[in-house]
Design a protein around this ligand. Sequence first.
Ligand code: 3PG
Length: 215
Amino acid sequence: MNQLSDFYRDRVRSVLAASPLIPVITVNHPDQALPLCRALVEGGIRVLEITLRTPHGIRAIEQVRTAIPEAWVGAGTVTSITQYRDVESAGAQFVITPGVTEAILRFGVTSEASLLPGISTISELMMGHDLGYREFKFFPAEVSGGIPALKAFAGPFPDVSFCPTGGIRRDTAKDYLALDNVAAVGGTWLTPGDLVASGDWARISEIAHGSLLDL
Ligand code: 3PG
């Protein structure tokens, strides 16, 4: 059986090690992606998850990859192999899925864009673990048991690290990051919709910077 190689596993580890906070970015207008990502990087963020929740996601990944080489640029909300191929072609360095299918897990094993598979149960984790994955997104974190669930996961799987997202906010990020098996946390609080819509990039940089200082 094909297993995830050390090379791709190290890539995911490098992504998670580069930034304790990972903004979950939705691009509602094509002109917003670059200034928004620049503002986040200006605030100290080094990993950008650009989601496919709107049709502008793929173009945004292409643009940001070229314009901001100092950041890790990945795709989020990838739910099919077709999307996985598309974001790989657009230059995504990593791919985050909200959940797993066997097909996506297998595709990720040999993909250039390393996969951070989303799980919310031990059974899903075990499917990925079998294929060599040791890093997972835990989603939706708060409603799936939050910190107590992550502590429980550490018992049977001491070799696994998580990036919890879903319901995490500026004032709870630190508590998640205090767990040994949490490598980074993600969320949308870093990209408030009203500030993005009004183009208040300075405020977005401040929120990113302040959120990192709070940790
Ligand atoms: C994700 O995909 O990680 C979530 O949409 C983030 O959820 P949040 O809005 O609760 O941060």
